[in-house]
Design a binder for this molecule. Sequence first.
Ligand SMILES: [Mn+2]
Length: 328
Amino acid sequence: MTEKPKRPVKGPVDAMVIPRYAGFSTFARLPRIDEVDSFDVAVVGVPFDSGTTYRPGARFGPTAIRQASRLLRRYDPSLETEPFTWQQVVDAGDITCNPFDIETAIAQIQAAALDLRQGNHHLIAIGGDHTIALPLLRATRAGLDSLAVLHFDAHLDTWDTYFGARFTHGSPFRRAFEEGLLAGGKNVHVGTRGPIYSRADLDDDARFGFKVITSDDLDDLGVAEIVRQIRDRVGKSPLYISIDVDVMDPSHAPGTGTPEAGGISSRELLKMLRGLAGMNIVGADVVEVAPAYDHAEITSLAAAHLVYCLLSLFAREAGGDSKQGSWS
Ligand SMILES: [Mn+2]
């Protein structure tokens, strides 16, 4: 499973030739999608924040995450992978999203994600506010029998409407349930905390097929037990991972739209993610980086490392595996 593939792979710009802070700004200085013949994983920006309910600004998330990703290096000792050489990773640029019409933007994101998914390519979206998870789930669910969602967030994001609007960053997983996109009884929220509108929100959420692992549960259960519970619940189902950076404590992710005290650390989040190695992950997003509220790139650096960890998880599945047939 863990050997370098024999086909040619175009990796990041060599930092010994061009310094990390110079040159074109793609994720991790990887090639653009138009610079390679084919790819296994695409990182795509979704600069959309018209679904935010509090602080706007996540439309600048993709740019900030790319900038913060310049320092990422080739070998991941935690997962013993080379995420940029065991598979072809590309930066697919940004999806054009209408900033004034949410439903148009959702349709644009869905169409672009479907296009990038052609040929079973893996997609990691960098947001953007959490509204974007709905069209990404639609595109990922297409062609699959079922799809489980693992959702890291301070919030449930299964609310119904806000000011009468059905498509906001607080409602993507309720809409996904209503559209039949979620596998029954296999979905998990991790890291929720803080006040909610009503006790009934939790009852609704359970009806949508989610198990809730709160931020406080991390203290009581620990990372290993939480990983065990996630693996037990999801099993071998195709899995979509959606990471709202506000799952992290504001000390680890201040640059976000709806921060809540009492969150988890970036170390804990990365460790949980690594614990998912070997699961059937089919797509992911990292959302809600709002750089205007960030300090010293704390949030965008964490987001860049989360994307790197997701790439490593994909690489472990891709490395030396002949079933990766997308390379022509
Ligand atoms: Mn969210």
